[in-house]
Design a protein around this ligand. Structure first.
Ligand code: NAD
Length: 279
């Protein structure tokens, strides 16, 4: 009997995941997840120690890895990162543009430098990584997959001091569509994942800035998540492997929410039926 082929197998693929240091959340989970699916994975992070820890984890799985200290807000460091990939691997098939920065201010009080920091790190940094990867994928002639980590905040507003973060993520969404169109003829697929309320170390720390006790904050969030739980970093792994793989060969320009149906429900929606309903 013929063996069915595994369309999610990433054996032989070279991937870069930015912000994948072991002290982070989603990038780390996705980098290890791609390696488990067969890919060799380059790990970049501003935190050099965290990047090395993720590299060691990937090598223990039996894949090749490279850890590079790189600040996504610095063009020269991104160019050096890609020069390292050229030197050590000479090829790139998958980019996960994961780094995201934040600055929490009321819009009318947001300092110019914080606006520049968030847009520069989250949006311009993602643009630079995408164009460096895309240029190589086009030249290779074998296509590739670029996965931009956006947010539900790219499609709907969060309030509570998230202006530059949301604007950067909406830019990521539109960059995803534009690049999917521009690079489709070269077989380069470009998609975005829109996560929400994923319990990464940074997300848990950020949730503490609210004046509410944590249980109250969590109850508030769960009212907007029909699947009835918060996300975990591992929830990103399956979608990332799918988008990186041959299983998504005809999927490009897609914004994929990984949010427990948070974006699907509007403010008039409700997960509760009235208790006194008779029928
Ligand atoms: N956690 C969530 O609920 C959530 C929701 C929506 C979107 N996201 C997005 O997912 C991505 C990852 O989120 P997370 O919560 O895992 O992030 P995080 O803040 O924990 O950071 C992930 C990694 O990025 C690194 N990093 C920070 N600044 C950097 C820089 N300038 N250059 C290079 N590396 C840098 C950190 O050292 C860390 O290892 C971000 O783009 C974030 O906006 C997360």
């Amino acid at each position: 009997m013929a063996m069915s082929r595994n369309r999610f197998d990433l054996t032989g693929k070279i991937a870069l995941v930015t912000g994948a240091g072991a002290g982070g959340g989603l990038g780390h989970a996705m980098a290890v997840g791609l390696a488990e699916a067969g890919a060799d994975v380059v790990v970049s992070d501003i935190d050099a120690t965290g990047a090395i820890a993720t590299r060691q984890e990937i090598e223990q799985i039996g894949r090749r890895s490279l850890a590079v200290a790189c600040d996504n807000g610095r063009r020269e460091e991104i160019l050096a990162l890609f020069a390292d990939i050229d030197r050590d691997f000479g090829h790139i098939d998958v980019l996960i543009n994961n780094v995201g920065a934040g600055a929490r201010f009321r819009p009318e009080e947001l300092p110019y430098d914080d606006w520049q920091y968030v847009i520069g790190t989250s949006l311009t940094g993602a643009f630079l990584c995408a164009t460096e990867a895309g240029r190589r994928m086009i030249a290779q002639g074998s296509g590739g997959s670029i996965i931009n980590i956006s947010s539900i905040a790219g499609s709907s507003a969060l309030g509570r001091g998230n202006l530059p973060h949301s604007v950067a993520k909406s830019g990521i969404n539109q960059m995803t569509r534009e690049l999917a169109v521009e690079w489709g003829p070269h077989g380069v697929r470009v998609n975005a994942i829109q996560p929400a309320q994923i319990r990464t170390p940074n997300w848990i720390a950020g949730s503490k800035v609210m004046d509410w006790d944590y249980p109250v904050w969590e109850r508030h969030l769960l009212e907007g998540i029909p699947l009835g739980r918060l996300g975990e970093p591992d929830d990103l792994v399956g979608p990332a492997v799918f988008l990186a793989s041959e299983a998504a060969a005809f999927v490009s320009g897609c914004l994929l929410p990984v949010d427990g149906a948070n974006l699907a429900m509007n403010a008039g929606g409700n997960i509760h039926w009235p208790a006194n309903r008779q029928d």
